[in-house]
Design a binder for this molecule. Sequence first.
Ligand SMILES: Cc1cc2nc3c(=O)[nH]c(=O)nc-3n(C[C@H](O)[C@H](O)[C@H](O)COP(=O)(O)OP(=O)(O)OC[C@H]3O[C@@H](n4cnc5c(N)ncnc54)[C@H](O)[C@@H]3O)c2cc1C
Length: 384
Amino acid sequence: MTPDSNLDRLALGARAAERARPGLTDARAPFRARWACLAEAGLMALRFPPAAGGTGAGATGLAHALASLGRDTTDRGLLVAVVAHSLACGSALVRFGTTSVLARWAERVVAGTCVAAFAVTEPGSGSDAYGLACRAVRDGDGYRLDGNKVHVVSAARADVYIVLARTAPDAGILGLSAFAIPRDRAGLSAYAVPHRGLVGAEMGRIELVSCPVREDERIGADGVGGRVFEVALAEERAVILAPLVGAMEAQLARTAARCATAIRGGKPIAEHAAAGARLGAMAQRATAARAWLERAARALDDPASAKDELRATSAMAKVAMSEAIRDNAQDAARLAGAAGLEDGAPCTVELDDAQTAGLISGPDDVLRELVARDLVGRLERQRP
Ligand SMILES: Cc1cc2nc3c(=O)[nH]c(=O)nc-3n(C[C@H](O)[C@H](O)[C@H](O)COP(=O)(O)OP(=O)(O)OC[C@H]3O[C@@H](n4cnc5c(N)ncnc54)[C@H](O)[C@@H]3O)c2cc1C
């Protein structure tokens, strides 16, 4: 089926979420069993067109499925790992992977029969991704890679790493290239690093020491790594917070229920003006975050979207969602009272998850600058 309307995309997303739900909610099951359940439900294939082995539900269907699943689980980290796998790694492979080796990885990533991780961030560059130091030096028909990557989702779980490295030292963004490197390659080591927030995303570190990579494992031409990164991140950014947007809706319902029933000073908490206004603001932010998510996903699905517009829309959407997630997590914790801060209470998980939202896929401060640069650039191009 090739969906031709937004409603078709939403229906495909809803169906995949229904099938994925049992595997996601059984947190005691081993990681591979849960991942396989999400893959068999078709979650990883939603974004891609049938020609690439996908179901054609697009970013709209995927965002809808993730928000729906995010409402029911506290393991939003695993869903975030699905986005990094599908949108950052899958999009890079499907869009730029022209060799048969890369086509084979693309097929497996779309089907979800492997786990992929996107490795860009380094200790010395952080949000300045283009300032990365990992080197890929020509060696015979291929390359040798040396460098360290940090905060990589699914680091110790992945079967394949999409690694961004520098192939030309003085060429800035044009000196970057992307590679698909299998887990068992000599010279590559991966470690999980325990962290707070989105715990199921299992972030970690990757070390590359004289790691040999073949030419047919390079994604796109030498020097187009910056473009691969840009496309992958515009995709990821638009949808990465979908599970947290769904969780925010569950959080709102839970908070509203408490405020309606807990009596303080002879009346429900919600009837005290300051608390009622806080609850109202939460509802407003949750609604706005959902609208931004849908808008950003639709922009990805619209073939007429211009490249710079897409980049700005997904950046603005991500900032708006992350601010709403952060503010609502704080308000929910406040309205829950001290009980909300007991170990393992939903509020504590939400507060930790919310801290990551402003950093994942690029810090909000950096994304706002990117939006401003695009805006100014567009105005300059329009000038006669
Ligand atoms: C949950 C999670 C998942 C992640 N997954 C991955 C992954 O799969 N792969 C991967 O490669 N990376 C991943 N990252 C890393 C993420 O991309 C980085 O955290 C992010 O780019 C910021 O880098 P940093 O943490 O080193 O912060 P820094 O670069 O040190 O920035 C810290 C702060 O400094 C300020 N700042 C820095 N630069 C600027 C600027 N130019 N303008 C204005 N303010 C600025 C901002 O306030 C920013 O928040 C993940 C991070 C998180 C939290």
